[in-house]
Ligand binder design. Structure first.
Ligand code: PMP
Length: 454
């Protein structure tokens, strides 16, 4: 793809992996052309739709995003864990172009096609556990979560659903109810869906509990406040994403799975953010030695095309009557073509292994920073899903202002970083797995300098 801007700096920008993998600042950020777009955005788009990096993106490839002023920013966010194989991956581009020319849509519920079935077969093969599985496709992470709950309720004949402190599952009505944090996700948008309960999580940096202790606390709450025989499903992110990249203590997730099995409760792993190699395993559940009954995926599944899935035990997935699941666009053929190409890239380019290398670089660099800077309270994560939690060194209280300042300064210096956390005090790294060591280290230099200067 070729994108032309008439900026004096940019000239002709060729998108995709041919884009120079470099950080290049030719104006302040935002430059004049980006400012122009942001002014139009403010006039045309509601304030409810925010943005992190104040740029007008015109091209992206691999690990960089180029703006209309000709600036090239290093991407440590992957559009929130989506372009995990690298932006505009050549295999994805080729597959999408081939499919869009063949047919754009039939609706799988009207005229089925092979690529949907192939994606289902791939997910049945790749997700944890060697039991018989089935997969249904949808458009977004929230839609996958909604459908996983529908399926679990139909299968069990029960209604209650347990989500966890710091959890994030989406912005639709049911998923808002499942999501923990009120601002900005829920405030004023109620009433929320009923029969959703919240259990305490394992958050080792803040609660100091072992996995077994944290699981006992959660299970006691469920049994005493809801009743195990009332619960259709437990839904949890193996590593919480928006909530702060919280890695539960060892043993927490296996204890919950064991309790769910003993009580006829469907255990749903929401791997929308952790899935597809991100954590240095194809799915984060593997890192904790658990086999979920159902698993929700989206984001990295199709490299930027909207696609999501629920995959799980065939007998649970088949609980719905014919016609009970679906949607006009779910498993759109262009998105399925992208997913098959992305899955090929994960497997043939050793991207899962690369996630671990990226994680080792980030961990080593920030462990060194932490040794001399007590504001960096915790360095945590797995693979290329790593986070820095910032605190007031005197009190241990979350420092959201410092975190926001680091993110803002990093973006101004041409590195896209995202924040997260219930307390807004976590910088999260979600680089594309195709990023090279040089580009990664340069980006981390910028973040480190922003911390030192803050
Ligand atoms: N679950 C998790 C764990 C997520 O991280 C997200 C998105 N951040 C969602 C669900 C919702 O996905 P979507 O935005 O595609 O609806």
């Amino acid at each position: 793809m070729t994108v032309t801007t008439d900026s004096p700096h940019a000239g002709t920008v060729t998108g995709g992996p041919a884009l120079p993998q470099e950080r290049r600042l030719v104006t302040e950020i935002p430059g004049p052309r980006s400012q122009e777009l942001l002014a139009r955005k403010a006039a045309a788009v509601p304030v409810g739709i925010g943005h992190t990096a104040p740029i007008s993106a015109v091209a992206a490839g691999g690990g960089v995003v180029v703006d209309a002023d000709g600036n090239s920013l290093i991407d440590l966010g992957s559009g929130i864990a989506v372009t995990t194989v690298g932006n505009a991956h050549p295999k994805v581009v080729e597959a999408v172009q081939r499919q869009v020319a063949a047919f754009t849509h039939t609706c799988f519920m009207v005229s089925p096609y092979e690529s949907y079935v192939e994606v289902a077969e791939a997910l049945n093969r790749l997700t944890p556990g060697d039991h018989e599985k089935k997969t249904a496709l949808f458009n977004s992470g929230a839609e996958a979560v909604e459908n996983a709950i529908k399926i679990a309720r139909k299968h069990t004949g029960r209604q209650a659903v347990v989500a966890f402190d710091h959890g994030y599952h989406g912005r639709t009505n049911l998923t808002m109810a499942l999501t923990a944090k009120t601002m900005p996700y829920k405030s004023g948008f109620g009433p929320f869906a009923p029969e959703v309960y919240r259990a305490p999580l394992s958050y080792p940096f803040r609660d100091g509990l072992s996995g077994a202790e944290a699981a006992k606390r959660a299970i006691t709450m469920i049994e005493k406040q809801i009743g195990g025989d009332q619960v259709a499903a437990i839904i949890i992110e193996p590593i919480q994403g928006e909530g702060g990249f919280i890695v539960p203590a060892d043993g927490f997730l296996p204890a919950l799975v064991e309790w769910a099995q003993a009580n006829g409760v469907v255990f749903i792993a929401d791997e929308v953010q952790t899935g597809f190699g991100r954590t240095g395993a194809m799915f984060a559940s593997e890192r904790f030695g658990i086999v979920p009954d159902l698993i929700t995926t989206a984001k990295g599944i199709a490299a930027g095309l909207p696609l999501a899935a629920v995959t799980g035990r065939a007998e649970i997935m088949d609980a719905s009557h014919p016609g009970g699941l679906g949607g006009t666009y779910g498993g759109n053929p262009i998105a399925c073509a992208a997913a098959l190409a992305a899955i090929d890239a994960y497997e043939s380019e050793n991207l899962v292994e690369r996630a671990n290398e990226i994680g080792a670089v980030i961990r080593e660099r920030f462990a060194a920073v932490q040794a001399s800077d007590p504001r960096l309270g915790d360095v945590r994560g797995h693979g290329a899903m790593m986070a820095l939690e910032f605190v007031d060194p005197e009190t241990g209280e979350p420092d959201a202002a410092l975190t926001a300042a680091i993110a803002k300064a990093s973006i101004a210096q041409g590195v896209i970083v995202l924040t997260c956390g219930t307390f807004g005090n976590v910088i999260r790294f979600l680089p594309p797995l195709s990023i090279g060591d040089d580009l990664l280290n340069e980006a981390l230099d910028v973040v480190t300098a922003a911390l030192a200067a803050a």
